[in-house]
Write a protein that binds this ligand. Structure first.
Ligand code: ZN
Ligand code: ZN
Length: 799
């Protein structure tokens, strides 16, 4: 007879971990107890050695689907006289590190009961268990129990109560447990907020079949839905939402239904079926096999779901309510329930903004949502994952940092905003907030900051923010009293987010490519190569700078960037060339813009890679005026012929000790190809390959220069004695003496790396040169990941 004490850390509270332990203990059988603690779960188990070993093995193999065991420590203690196994009340539990799981998609067993005519919860849209259901979106405060969730006002009926208190039941302590007798109900509202007669779900399905637009209350907010096979309904939704081109997510009934329309790998299928149930970006099937599908099914997916690309953002029903609707009509367009660029609607007040204006009716319910949580979006690529938006299903899971420091509040950037709070070596990222130039999003930003600080019971010692003086997130940070402030350069934060995710504490080469970020010299950066660790960075290379005529205007009008580059590179010949290749710019405007570029008036200089993509897209006639930033680049990637392997010429020059990557020759070659009427698909691919080749060559030059002992140098972190002199505040290269650094690591981040064609090409080039390549896997490479990078830098500098 032996007794062991097991300390388990990780996500082990609120996910049905204790009942699993209880059931396993009964199976072997063992005596002892399990309880929640501040750090996770504590188990004492007593029995035969063999049974104990099997028990511990089963904790790993049979743990609940949302549980994460980060560490398991075991110690032998003296056996006691006892004869049963129990779940003990915890003294203090509910630490956010262990206690608050993300929202979970409906599990297979609940789904089965939902459609079982004999089950007492058949057709009940709020069915859930310890393995599934809402969590983050309904928890008002910690520790997580029913009275602190939005289920508090629903008194459990005797049948539900019995399940809730029976450790052998799969609804034991499932806090949102409910049934048709005692739980929340749905209601169908017309455009004037009057309840409609009849069965609400059946009524909603009828409206969708009739081509109407419906607001449907889900887990983290409302969706706006319509029939995805009805192009007129999709067009109406786009018009009313004022969202002309941006892709819309599509919810399919099942994996087989997705396979009818899209190509699907095993990795993508696993992601779609995962407990987080994100939107996964898939490729539509080729024209021929799609035509077969359409002939067989007699229906086609509306083309205007994603007019710019061949991609479809697909996901599966994750709330029981979705399952009930999709069973009758699928696939459906399901996009965030908001007006363009505003926060997603979660309550009656928000509903006033969309019902009537955008939606013809609303399928709503009386289980309140506490926290807005948009759907998460990702793409599976060769390098693993690209998170495009990290929200429902992932938030608020902790991210482990390679450093531990005082509590940090990181305020993020401006677009695709998120905030991040740290405690010790754990970072907690908020849900996707949106673009902060909208006041309603700014309110949501403040809400998120308060919420995370409260949940974590943290008062920040350090507030981290961007260097851009005009970002509202910067102004917010500057208004927080009694804290130390860290201003962190935008692209350093991008690279730091990648280093932090991969637990890299030493120096690496970082390539940050994005649209816009405030540089330490007051110009706009966005195509940067740096040597960086978490504390500091040195800018060692960048793309050649060009004027951005009209500043922000140039972002929405990519032809302006093309004009600027032609004007700089072709001098006197530029005007003729612009007239010929940029016909979207009228004659008078052309003269004005050329004058602006010439006089450098209202034309800030930028090294942005995003703007280079814009310019080339404009030369190819893509995106004259775009409805969302980066649209031209999206179109350029979609156009590129993936089979083309060659690239255009480019130059790498040195200015003041910094490498400058010039695409002057590239642009000449592109204009030459245009004159010869070469295919756009060829030019687009050659351009991608050129960017990859130029960046990889620059990395080789940087390694040669700063890493003399590269060949045999193995010490990863590198003792500080060898550190490179870095002037992080200025970001300027100081003298570049020979020093021993392991610069075989390259971290890639920034919004441009949402482009997986470029990512693959660059990764190939770098690997051929012997580099190890790191990309963001947990947070987005776009500005949604900035707050994590800021938090990591601030923690490292103050740790
Ligand atoms: Zn379930
Ligand atoms: Zn009940």
């Amino acid at each position: 007879m032996q007794r062991v004490r097991l300390r388990i850390e990780g996500r082990v509270q609120g996910v049905g971990f204790r009942p699993t332990v209880y059931r396993l203990a009964r199976r072997f059988p063992l005596t002892g107890f399990v309880k929640n603690t501040g750090f996770g779960v504590l188990i004492e188990a007593q029995g035969e050695q063999n049974a104990l070993n099997q028990f511990i093995a089963c904790l790993q193999s049979e743990k609940p689907r949302q549980a994460v065991i980060e560490s398991l420590q075991s110690e032998e203690i003296n056996p006691l006289a006892e004869n049963d196994f129990s779940i003990t009340e915890s003294v203090r539990s509910g630490d956010l590190c262990a206690g608050m799981p993300p929202d979970m998609a409906i599990c297979a067993l609940c789904r089965q009961e939902l459609f079982d005519p004999g089950d007492r919860r058949r057709q009940y849209p709020f069915i859930n268990c310890t393995d599934c259901g809402p969590r983050f979106s309904i928890i008002r405060a910690l520790p997580y129990d029913r009275k602190r969730t939005t289920m508090a006002s629903f008194q459990m009926c005797p049948a539900c109560q019995e399940e809730f208190t029976d450790p052998l039941n799969r609804r034991f302590e499932a806090q949102p447990n409910a049934c048709p007798v005692c739980g929340p109900r749905v209601e169908l509202l017309d455009a004037d907020f009057n309840a409609m007669a009849g069965d609400p779900i059946a009524g909603a399905i009828e409206l969708l079949k009739a081509g109407k637009i419906l607001a449907v209350k889900g887990i983290g907010g409302y969706h706006l839905c319509c029939d995805a096979l009805n192009a007129d309904a999709v067009r109406l939704l786009r018009e009313r939402k004022k969202r002309p081109d941006k892709p819309l997510a599509v919810m399919f009934k099942s994996l087989p239904q997705i396979r009818e329309y899209c190509r699907l790998t095993d990795e993508e299928a696993a992601e779609l079926k995962s407990v987080a149930a994100p939107v996964v970006i898939l490729q539509r099937k080729g024209k021929k096999s799609l035509a077969d599908t359409e002939r067989r099914l007699g229906q086609a997916l509306a083309v205007n779901i994603s007019p710019d690309t061949n991609d479809v953002g697909a996901f599966l029903p994750y709330a029981p309510l979705h399952c009930l609707i999709l069973e009758e009509i699928a696939p459906l367009v399901m996009t965030s329930g908001n007006k363009r660029d505003e926060p997603i609607a979660i309550n009656e007040d928000d509903l006033k903004n969309i019902l009537g204006d955008i939606a013809d009716a609303a399928l709503t319910h009386n289980r309140p949502i506490v926290r807005r949580c948009d759907d998460s979006v990702l793409r599976i690529v060769r390098a693993g994952k690209i998170m495009l938006r990290r929200s429902r299903g992932f938030v608020p899971a902790a991210i482990r940092l390679p450093v531990s420091g005082p509590p940090v509040l990181a305020c993020g950037a401006e677009l695709k905003s998120t905030v991040c709070v740290t405690r010790g070596d754990r970072a907690f990222l908020s849900a996707h907030i949106g673009d902060l130039d909208d006041l309603r999003n700014y309110n949501f930003f403040q809400e998120s900051v308060r919420d995370f600080l409260e949940l974590l019971e943290v008062s920040p010692a350090v507030v981290a923010h961007d260097m851009h003086p005009d970002y509202v997130s910067t102004r917010y940070a500057l208004g927080v009293d009694g804290v130390r402030r860290e201003q962190i350069q935008h692209h350093h934060a991008h690279i730091a987010s990648c280093l932090a995710e991969h637990q890299l504490a030493g120096k690496a080469i970082g390539i940050a490519l994005d649209g816009t970020g405030y540089g330490t010299d007051g110009t706009i950066w966005g195509g940067e190569i740096m040597i960086a660790d978490l504390c500091s960075f040195q800018r060692v290379g960048h793309f050649k700078q060009y004027p951005m005529p009209g500043g922000k205007e140039a972002v929405l009008e990519p032809a302006r960037m093309a004009l600027s580059i032609l004007a700089v590179e072709f001098g006197a010949d530029a005007e003729k060339m612009i007239e010929k290749h940029l016909p979207s710019i009228p004659g008078r405007e052309r003269a004005v813009l050329l004058d602006m570029v010439g006089r450098k008036a209202h034309s800030p200089l930028t090294s942005s890679a995003g703007r280079l993509f814009d310019a080339v897209a404009a030369l190819l006639g893509l995106g004259e005026r775009v409805s969302y930033e980066g649209r031209a680049a999206v179109c350029l990637q979609a156009l590129a012929d993936k089979r083309v392997n060659r690239n255009y010429p480019y130059e790498i020059q040195e200015e003041n000790g910094i490498l400058v990557l010039s695409l002057a020759k590239t642009v000449r070659a592109i204009v030459g190809d245009l004159e010869q009427k070469k295919a756009g698909s060829h030019i687009a691919a050659m351009f991608h390959n050129t960017i990859a080749a130029a960046l990889a060559e620059a990395c080789v030059l940087i390694r040669q220069r700063y890493d003399l002992a590269n060949k045999n140098f193995k010490d990863a972190a590198g003792p500080e004695a060898h550190a490179l002199p870095i002037d992080s505040d200025k970001g300027r290269a100081t003298a570049s003496p020979p020093c021993r650094l392991n610069l075989n690591r390259v971290a890639l981040s920034g919004g441009v790396f949402q482009n997986d064609f470029l990512l693959d090409k660059l990764t190939d080039c770098l690997k051929r040169e012997g580099f190890e390549v790191y990309t963001n896997q947990i947070v987005p490479p776009n500005d949604g990941g900035i707050s994590l990078g800021q938090a990591a830098v601030a923690a490292a500098r103050n740790g």
